[in-house]
Design a protein around this ligand. Structure first.
Ligand SMILES: Nc1nc2c(ncn2[C@@H]2O[C@H](COP(=O)(O)OP(=O)(O)OP(=O)(O)O)[C@@H](O)[C@H]2O)c(=O)[nH]1
Ligand SMILES: [Mg+2]
Length: 329
């Protein structure tokens, strides 16, 4: 007898591409077997009309089976810890390079990997199969503003993810939690598109509940309506609230998507007000070079600038020009 969880685990097992993915799937498999073992033995006991396990003939065999599974799980967890530590080091190294991370999320088969490939020129496995991607994959991309970002492709979500599998998604979820922008890729041509959207939002909200994801995540989302080509092109796709219709296949709408990511990234950067005198050429030149000057007012001997800066550039400005008291808007 094979149920939904078992089936999904089998698909996962066949797809896992990295050491971590393989270990996670095997661990989930063992946890699943262990839970079924108890049910199986309980069932046999009932059939025999026995009362519980105590003293029953199945007791030793079941306990032996469970112990074997537990020992294997302990070994796997150790190995997984080791792999994760290494990955943590990689991530720490990446964080020293101050590129914002943009993570793709979305229902399985929505076209995340296809879109990722179209934007990065990479060759991530994209297939018309569920769970084609089981591990996050990263690439650097330059946005229209010249800002560089790291794009992260992830495994797709599905409805009612079995609890055994939540842990198997940990790697992907951690990437999403740390992302500066979350790009929610939707298959706008799917008949259940709206329900799929709700499912993805539900999964993310569960992460908030579990303390993995910050509750402000909706402020960091760019919604993408992929597969617009099936509906006749982006012009034919109704979109509200800043959602960006695209086709990863024909590449229509991709420049708009990059601009939307750009805008989302800068939307949360600090905005400062600086008051300069006309002699302060160096400070002014610096702000024009490293920041986005949003507004400027010239009075007689005073220039007021409203500037958007990255956190790092703001610190650099304050270090280089400590005499200017800046007001953060
Ligand atoms: N018509 C059309 N098909 C697309 C488009 N984008 C992706 N597809 C197809 O949709 C299928 C799934 O694409 P993937 O990129 O593997 O989907 P995914 O979201 O990465 O799936 P998982 O990794 O399983 O979560 C493939 O057959 C793609 O060719 C698109 O814009 N238009
Ligand atoms: Mg994929």
């Amino acid at each position: 007898m094979i149920d939904r969880t078992g089936l999904i685990l089998d698909i996962f097992g066949a797809r896992a591409a990295t050491r971590e993915g393989v270990l996670q799937v095997e661990l989930a498999h063992l946890a699943y077997q262990k839970s079924r073992l108890v049910r199986l033995w309980t069932h046999l006991e009932r059939q025999r009309g026995g009362f519980g396990f105590l003293g029953g003939p199945g007791e030793t065999q079941m306990e032996a089976d469970r112990r074997m599974l537990s020992e294997r799980m302990v070994k796997l967890k150790k190995e997984l810890d080791q792999v994760r530590r290494t990955r943590g080091l990689h991530r720490a190294a990446r964080q020293r390079v101050p590129f914002p991370v943009v993570a793709f999320v979305g229902y399985t088969n929505a076209g995340k990997s296809t879109l990722f490939n179209a934007l990065t020129g990479a060759d991530v496995q994209a297939e018309d199969q569920l769970f084609a991607t089981l591990d996050p994959t990263m690439r650097s991309v330059t946005l229209p503003s010249g800002r560089r970002i790291i794009l992260s492709d992830t495994v797709g979500f599905i409805s009612d993810l079995p609890t055994e599998l939540i842990a198997a998604f940990r790697a992907t979820l951690e990437e999403v939690a740390e992302a500066d922008v979350i790009v929610h890729v939707r298959n706008v041509a799917h008949p259940d598109s709206d329900a799929q959207r709700e499912d993805v939002i539900q999964v993310l909200n569960n992460l908030v509940r579990d303390g993995v994801l910050d509750e402000t995540w909706p402020e960091r989302v760019v919604e993408v309506l992929n597969k617009s080509d099936i509906l006749g092109g982006v012009r034919h796709v109704a979109h509200v609230g800043g959602a960006v219709p695209v086709s990863a296949l024909t590449q229509e709408g991709l420049p708009d998507l990059l601009s939307a990511i750009d805008a989302q990234l800068t939307a949360h950067l600090p905005v400062i007000h600086v008051k300069l005198s006309i002699q302060d050429g160096a400070a002014m030149a610096w702000l024009y070079e490293y920041g986005d000057v949003i507004e400027r007012t010239d009075e007689e001997a005073v220039i007021r600038l409203t500037v958007r800066l990255s956190d790092n550039d703001l610190k650099r400005f304050e270090r280089s020009f400590p005499e200017y008291l800046t007001l953060i808007a």
